[in-house]
Design a protein. Structure first.
Length: 476
């Protein structure tokens, strides 16, 4: 599994994998042919078992060459996760072929040991072929392992594992032939069985290798998670700021590509943008473990213990995708009463708006059972762009409004007064400078009282917007 992200172009990766797989096929053709010829001329079951092993290695090498050519194709409409599973399936076929080889070798070895003894004739050619085979297998095993590690290719890794064990199994066959020769010279009859015993040892090696391959390929085909990876991902993701829990982590592999699917719990009052930021941070944490993984993060809203009654009321409004503000909660004789302002589309009829509010209030009572009563002020949320004309400055009205603002000791000054008329209604906006240390609650109270006095002074005012700013940030 790759521990660091290294970028390779798809073309160069495909070319390198095909080249090393092609060289493996050519080497397998030569070695298999030599072993078959020498095996029949000497009658050695050990060499014939090696020839059968090499023949299946040739088939496996051809399958590998095909699979690496297909597995790197990009995803399409039919194969939306890509074609990487072809490599895993290729390794599975190699495993099955190896097991078939074992059955044939074990059967023939038992026959020669107990039922029909067969004399063999070791010669120089037999030893030469075996030593050449060991050298070639060592070379191509290293070449395949290097590219397999570089591109995390399971098919090439399977081939490399095959050929590395071929070196040892060929060595065992050489030992068996040497023991047969030694038995003839020293007159030790039982050493004549060294060749089928060596063949059994080769079969044992093949079974061991097949078992390792079978476990890996079956895990990949059945989407088994790589050992320890899930724990590492959970540990990495748990450090992401703003995350409440890691609910689910699923990992699958297709060829050398990993896919990770995570469900994570976030506080239900976070904004959509914030949840996206957390999801990106989670994906980055997964990439620290699996650098090139395709990661999908599903945020799930969760209620947190630290929520107060205001948070719980807002959560219901958020679930209905409506704006809620000016929430007031009063404790009257041990009973909680909620007053709130709710914004709905201005194009709704009163009945439609009231029906929606009724549903929302019912959910608030269900989620916050300690609330005894709810009073909702329905406001219209603008759905159209209003057209209007800016009115020339009314110096007299502006002077009156500034005089009113001067009655508030907390207001340092009032500036940037604008008067507009929109659809026949009068709008006024202004900036008020206040002390830096004032609490936001007090600032809101001052703004509300100032708005009320403005409307008393100018009854035709429809809307007043006051922008408070601290004295250290006065942008006059």
């Amino acid at each position: 599994m790759p521990e660091a992200s290294v970028s390779y172009s798809p073309e160069s990766m495909r070319a390198e994998k095909r080249a090393v797989a092609g060289n493996s096929v050519l080497a397998a053709v030569v070695i298999t042919a030599l072993k078959i010829v020498v095996g029949f001329t000497t009658g050695s079951l050990g060499i014939l078992s090696e020839a059968a092993h090499s023949a299946l290695d040739l088939i496996a090498a051809v399958i590998t060459l095909f699979s690496v050519g297909v597995s790197d194709k990009p995803a399409d409409a039919t194969h939306q996760y890509g074609h990487g599973k072809v490599e895993n399936f290729s390794a599975f076929i190699e495993t099955a072929l190896l097991l078939l080889t074992c059955i044939a070798i074990v059967y023939e070895a038992i026959q020669r040991l107990f039922f029909r003894h067969k004399a063999i004739e070791p010669n120089t050619a037999a030893f030469a072929v075996l030593f050449v085979s060991m050298g070639v297998d060592f070379w191509r095993s290293r070449a395949l392992a290097k590219i397999a590690m570089k591109y995390d290719s399971q098919a090439l890794e399977a081939d490399a594992l095959h050929f590395s064990t071929d070196v040892w199994s060929s060595g065992v066959v050489v030992l068996g032939l040497l023991l047969v020769l030694l038995g003839r010279r020293l007159g030790i009859a039982w050493l004549g069985d060294a060749d089928p015993v060596a063949a059994l040892f080769v079969a044992g090696v093949v079974v061991y290798v097949s078992g390792r391959l079978a476990r890996k390929t079956v895990d990949a085909l059945l989407d088994g998670a790589p050992a320890g990876v899930r724990t590492r991902i959970v540990t990495a993701v748990s450090h992401v700021d703003g995350l409440l829990e890691v609910d689910r982590v699923r990992i699958r592999r297709a060829g050398n590509h990993y896919f990770a699917d995570l469900s994570v719990g976030l506080a239900r009052n976070v904004t959509f943008q914030r949840s996206e930021q957390v999801a990106d941070a989670v994906a980055n944490a997964v990439h620290n473990v699996l650098p090139d993984a395709d990661v999908v993060v599903h945020p799930v809203p969760r209620a947190v213990r630290s929520e107060n009654i205001f948070d719980r009321v807002r959560a219901v409004a958020t679930r209905h995708n409506v704006n809620l503000h000016d929430i007031s909660v009063q404790d009257l004789n041990g009973q909680l009463h909620v007053e709130q302002h709710l914004e709905l589309d201005e194009l709704l009829s009163l009945k439609e708006a009231h029906d929606r509010v009724t549903v929302i209030e019912a959910e608030i009572r269900h989620d916050v059972p300690e609330v005894s009563s709810i009073l909702t002020h329905i406001e219209s949320e603008p759905a159209t762009i209003e057209s209007g004309n800016e009115v020339l400055r009314d110096a007299e009205l502006e002077k009156k409004l500034k005089s009113i603002a001067g009655n508030f000791p907390e207001i340092v000054d009032m500036h940037d007064v604008q008067i507009k008329r929109v659809r026949g209604r009068l709008y006024i906006s202004c900036h008020c400078t206040l002390s830096d240390e004032l609490s936001l609650a007090r600032v809101h109270d001052i703004s509300t009282e100032l708005e009320s006095r403005f409307k008393q002074e100018a009854p035709d005012l429809f809307r007043v917007l006051i922008h408070p700013e601290p004295s250290t940030d006065n942008r006059r």
